[in-house]
Design a binder for this molecule. Sequence first.
Ligand SMILES: Nc1ncnc2c1ncn2[C@@H]1O[C@H](COP(=O)(O)OP(=O)(O)OP(=O)(O)O)[C@@H](O)[C@H]1O
Ligand SMILES: [Mg+2]
Length: 257
Amino acid sequence: MRGLVVGFGEKLVLDGLDLDVRRGEILGFVGGSGTGKSVLTRTILGLIPKRAGKIEVFGSDLDKVSRIEFDALERRIGVMFQGGALFSALTVKQNVQVPMREHLNLSRRLADDLAMLKIELVGLSPDAADKFPSELSGGMIKRAALARSLALDPELLFLDEPTSGLDPIGAAEFDDLITTLQKTLGLTVFMVTHDLDSLYSVCDRIAALADKRVIETGPIETMLASEHPWLRAYFHGKRARQLSASTMRKTAQGDRP
Ligand SMILES: Nc1ncnc2c1ncn2[C@@H]1O[C@H](COP(=O)(O)OP(=O)(O)OP(=O)(O)O)[C@@H](O)[C@H]1O
Ligand SMILES: [Mg+2]
């Protein structure tokens, strides 16, 4: 993304945003609530129009591709929206099959087999397949939404706050799942998160959004060393210090023979 400008009415949400996501990395995207993290994700996906700037996906300028080419790019991208955004009238299996129905012409049997594969891949038990979202726990909804985002075997995966609302054990399991999937499937992951633990343990690099643009990118060390007031508050605030202590404990335990 280069010089991206996005707004609603008089208000600009993003103004001159530059960001690169590198193939094969897990990029953590942080920023205060309401700063435009979800808006950026939706803009990249073509769901919100941009006012200026350039977005390239897999080397193609999105302003220059035809509808057919855009559809082809879209097939290579998986998305897990904030809160899951599952269709409440559809079962888990049917939710996972929505992107398949949009983009592939599969027999019912094959679509069923594929959906079950994705459901197992994210660690849901097979009997979750025929449940409706209202019958699932928050953690199961996240896994179901992840299964749907993986429906088309994407190369690039957008995750919008995948661990928010999970208990620390569930969040750590989800982090492990994302790391494993990234490694085994060779994914590139763009992950919006508020979860400091995820940033420490999962992300290769972090990008921070403030003042309507990306103010810092780099590994966690870069974030910790940043002088920007928001980053200082975020990574060195009261809760951050508590987390650092628990992270150090975990590392120490992990090092034990
Ligand atoms: N469709 C829309 N119409 C008008 N304003 C919108 C729309 N979508 C988002 N906004 C505004 O854009 C700003 C950024 O919203 P966004 O959802 O991207 O925040 P966020 O960084 O994802 O926050 P959170 O961490 O709480 O999810 C907010 O002020 C929001 O009210
Ligand atoms: Mg959001």
